[in-house]
Design a protein around this ligand. Sequence first.
Ligand SMILES: [Zn+2]
Length: 123
Amino acid sequence: MTEQTVWKASVRGVPRSFTEEHRLKATSGLRSHHAKNAVGVSIRKSGTKSGYVYFTTGKNARRAVHIVVMEDLLGRALAPGECVHHVDQNRSNNDPINLRLMSRSDHAALHRALEKGVTNGLT
Ligand SMILES: [Zn+2]
């Protein structure tokens, strides 16, 4: 029993939190959209990509879920200079209605405005 307690403490519950996040963040729309491939996702925990969800397995392994969802909606790959904005600014909410295709320059301008709290007309 002691060994089990030590093991749980040493991993700090990370495997459990992953499982919980997987269930919460892989939305029903996402599941149906990628039923054949999205057998695993992981939320980036640090760095500039922190908060984004990535596929861990299947043909889209290591690709960001919001990019893959947008490409499926478009029926094509993103072009250079295009990017995908999370309308509610929640990087793990990859429901198609929360994603907006934008140019990189428009996207950067939008985020500068959001940081200033000037959101009228841009979101
Ligand atoms: Zn954005």
